[in-house]
Design a protein around this ligand. Structure first.
Ligand code: DGT
Ligand code: CA
Ligand code: CA
Ligand code: ZN
Length: 492
């Protein structure tokens, strides 16, 4: 029998049992934690069959899968497709009356401990039987009528709970959490002569059920408006709801434009400009900023000549899509000193400039802050893209003085982008929450799409914004195009 840490090692992609034995014999590595250390010390690359590339791959896999540490968490971008797949499969089962994922994933935390799937059904055995047989499942840890736990191929734990349809709302509230929110709701129930648990809200004296079928009915019976799952964190949302001052959160339907989009003009774009514009028009967007990389990003960026050639193409597309306002923008690279691409005259020719950090992630906090503030001071820079440059679970992002950055954003009239890409979700929700209530801040929710299929990612940016209590009124791409365009022009 091997110890569990050793078995866990074989769950790392690229490490089979043979390799695991080699690792133990040659490097003394017996756990994921030790493997991580060996990657850090560049010892793995010396083993037969390994090299710097495969070593790096394994290092990335360990981080990405959240395979190390005590409270292992995985990036939301790895989890969401799996959860959506499971929910879609179960939804087809005739025994399933309703299904959704709850837990931290529904609250849209950027890292996830485990997936919590909730099903309403009169036939729980039939649901559990299908669940434990789903193709992506590697191991069944528990298989009961109402409760099952499995592990997927990628080492992700998925909890299944099956409840009766009339308990669905109470169960959803409970399994969505978070725990602090649940506890505060229970306290509120007690104060009103009721008991709240995962089955129902009921009268304390008689045990008579008050509400259980939907979350909205339970909130209402507790004298509260519906509280969106994205802000259920026990951070004052219940008090705000009770006082009638919940933030007017931005919703995906509020968005009228996308202000950070690439095409194959950029080295890393995968859909043509014509395809991007057609897809944006199809989605009913009112305005769209095409923002290719600037010349400072050697491989992916556009020379001045290319910029002018793209402008001609955009002019042609403008005639083909009179309903869509197309802005010719750019995504400028913020250098370590806070400078951006091209020169001031050339920059003045763009309708909209995003400026973002793509390198030098390790500078001191004062240097990074000055760097961002300098970029904001440039008259052509409308918005800072993906503020920290983090990649969730893969790269921590730059350190900045958030107060100073927010103050400069307000003073210079520069917006902060909320980048909707699931690997980024940047500005991170925690920072947005810390900056909440600053009336001088303007945000935009942008997809940073490199392919037409990514234009739909706007919804993830919106959920991240909601977690940070960002109000629709502060999001410039909810404004009608006249207001948006006059605001965008006002900086220069
Ligand atoms: P995670 O999985 O670490 O990313 O975070 P959650 O929030 O999904 O946590 P999880 O999976 O342990 O539990 C799902 C929900 O169940 C949690 O958000 C609230 C509820 N819950 C779990 N344990 C307790 C508890 O001891 N008391 C109360 N009131 N609720 C709990
Ligand atoms: Ca969970
Ligand atoms: Ca769980
Ligand atoms: Zn971009």
């Amino acid at each position: 029998m091997y110890p569990p840490e050793f078995v866990e090692l074989t769950r790392v992609p690229g490490i089979g049992p043979k390799t695991a034995i080699l690792l133990r014999e040659r490097l003394g590595v017996e756990s994921v934690e030790q493997l991580r250390g060996a990657v850090g010390d560049e010892r793995l690359r010396e083993l037969p069959g390994f090299g710097p590339q495969s070593e790096e791959k394994i290092g990335v896999a360990i981080e990405r899968l959240g395979l190390h540490g005590e409270n292992r968490r995985a990036p939301i971008g790895d989890i969401l497709p799996i959860a959506e797949y499971i929910v879609a499969r179960l939804a087809e089962n005739p025994a399933v009356a309703a299904v959704r994922y709850c837990g931290s994933l529904r609250r849209f935390r950027d890292t996830i401990g485990d997936v919590d799937v909730l099903v309403a059904s009169e036939h729980p055995e039939a649901v559990a039987a299908e669940f434990v047989e789903l193709p992506l499942i590697r191991e069944v840890l528990a298989h009961g009528t109402t409760k099952s736990v499995v592990v997927t191929d990628q080492g992700i734990h998925v909890d299944l709970r099956v409840v009766r349809p009339d308990e669905y709302g109470a169960a959803m509230l409970y399994f969505t959490g978070n725990k602090e929110h649940n506890i505060a709701l229970r306290q509120r129930a007690i104060g009103r002569g009721m008991l709240l648990n995962e089955y129902a809200l009921a009268e304390t004296d008689t045990g008579d059920p008050v509400a259980s079928r939907t979350e909205a009915e339970i909130y209402e019976s507790l004298g509260l408006p519906f509280i969106p799952a994205t802000i259920r964190e026990g951070r004052g949302e219940i008090e705000a709801a009770a006082a009638g001052v919940l933030p007017g959160l931005v919703e995906v339907e509020d968005l009228r434009g996308d202000l950070h989009v690439h095409s194959t003009w950029s080295g890393d774009g995968r859909s043509t400009l014509a395809e991007m514009v057609a897809a944006a028009a199809d989605r009913g967007l009112e305005y769209l900023a095409i923002t290719e990389h600037g010349e400072d990003l050697a491989i992916n960026g556009l020379s001045r000549q290319q910029v002018l050639a793209e402008r001609d193409e955009i002019n042609t597309l403008r005639r083909a899509y009179p309903e869509l306002t197309i802005l010719h923008g750019a995504e400028l690279n913020i250098g370590p000193e806070g400078t951006v691409d091209y020169d001031d005259d050339f920059l003045a020719g763009f309708d909209w400039c995003v400026a973002s950090v793509h390198s030098h992630f390790d500078l001191a906090v004062e240097v990074q802050t000055r760097r961002i503030v300098r970029a904001m001071e440039h008259p052509s820079v409308n918005v800072i893209g993906h503020l920290t440059g983090r990649k969730i679970g893969r790269r921590p992002g730059i350190e900045i003085d958030l107060d100073a950055v927010c103050a400069a954003a307000g003073a210079t009239g520069t917006a902060l982008e909320i980048n909707a890409h699931l690997d980024r979700l940047d500005v991170p929700a925690e920072m947005l929450f810390r900056a909440r209530g600053r009336s001088d801040l303007v945000f935009v929710v942008s997809t940073d799409a490199h392919h037409t299929s990514e234009l739909g990612n706007a919804r993830w940016g919106v959920q991240n914004a909601q977690r940070g209590w960002v109000e629709a009124a502060c999001v410039a791409n909810t404004w009608d195009s006249d207001r948006f365009l006059s605001w965008a022009r006002s900086k220069k």
